[in-house]
Design a protein around this ligand. Structure first.
Ligand code: SAM
Length: 265
């Protein structure tokens, strides 16, 4: 009986299970649901329910403890890397693992990469684990940057990661024209930071991985707006890839656009 109540979609991060939401009729049974999850997934020690939207500049959700012990720190594994996370202090979602891997597979030895909204560092760590690249991992949340530093320590890395704490906009005036590749993983606002990405890129151009949210019916409008923006910021650009990353609501997606851009000098 309990098992039939377990929502089919929840995330597991290390030894913590996270429920995105619970149908109103299931709320009275939240404790039983948490128990059932821990029974099926014996390594899970904590069950959290997301409450409210991901808000604020640090993008940290609110959680309600619905079962197990109260704990937000854990070590999560994705594609051969270890990530120390603290769900109460810095953004992390296991749903981006495929993207971390997809982007990391494209990076070559010797590249300079700027991870503009690094969080606890999954893109940076996955790249540095595989290739001899130099990666600047930037985040405005000091707790996220502390976790990046720990993640550098606990993984065996070929590449070099330079963790930087602060508003990425400020760094774009310091680290100018150095990057072969820029990762923009702040899907709510990335478009408004495109000018920074162009400052980071080498004069001869480079690759940008841009994450965004869009309703399905707005995909075309999104592409048109992006093209307009890129026309004003670049000498040349070419869209290489447009794809859905994960659904965020009915007919609404997190999307990724990979493009080559040669910034205006
Ligand atoms: C979606 S999360 C990044 C997740 C991470 N890339 C991952 O894959 O797990 C966005 C991050 O951007 C950071 N952020 C927001 N505004 C920023 C800014 N102006 N400069 C630097 N970092 C910023 C937030 O603190 C947050 O950690």
């Amino acid at each position: 009986y309990l098992l039939t109540l377990v929502p089919s979609s929840f995330d597991i991060v290390g030894d913590i299970a996270i429920l995105e939401k619970l149908e109103p009729e299931l709320i009275p049974y939240k404790k039983e649901i948490a128990e059932a999850i821990m029974k099926v997934h014996t390594n899970v020690k904590t069950v959290l329910l997301k409450t409210g939207k991901v808000e604020g500049i640090f993008r940290i959700p609110n959680y309600e403890l619905i079962g197990g012990i109260e704990n937000y720190k854990t070590i999560h594994k994705e594609y051969g890397i270890k990530l120390k996370v603290d769900l109460s202090k810095a953004y992390y979602s296991p749903r981006l693992a495929t993207e971390h891997n997809r982007v990391a597979l494209q990076v070559k030895d010797g590249e300079i990469v700027i991870d503009m909204f690094a969080g606890v560092g999954p893109f940076s760590i996955m790249i540095a684990q595989r290739v001899k690249a130099k990666i600047y991992a930037i985040d405005i949340n000091p707790n996220a940057v502390e976790l990046i530093k720990e993640n550098i320590r606990i993984n065996k890395l070929k590449g070099e990661i330079i963790p930087l704490c602060g508003d990425v906009r400020n760094f774009s005036n310091i680290l100018m024209n150095i990057a072969n590749r820029v990762i923009m993983n702040l899907p709510g606002e990335a478009i408004s930071y495109l000018d920074c990405a162009m400052k980071f890129l080498k004069k001869e151009g480079g690759i940008v991985h841009l994450y965004a949210f869009s309703k399905e019916e707005d995909f075309e409008k999104f592409n048109n707006d992006l093209s307009l923006k890129l026309s004003s910021l670049t000498e040349y650009y070419k869209i290489l890839n447009f794809k859905e990353v994960r659904p965020v609501a009915p007919r609404e997606w997190q999307i990724v656009i990979d493009f080559f851009a040669k910034p205006i000098q």
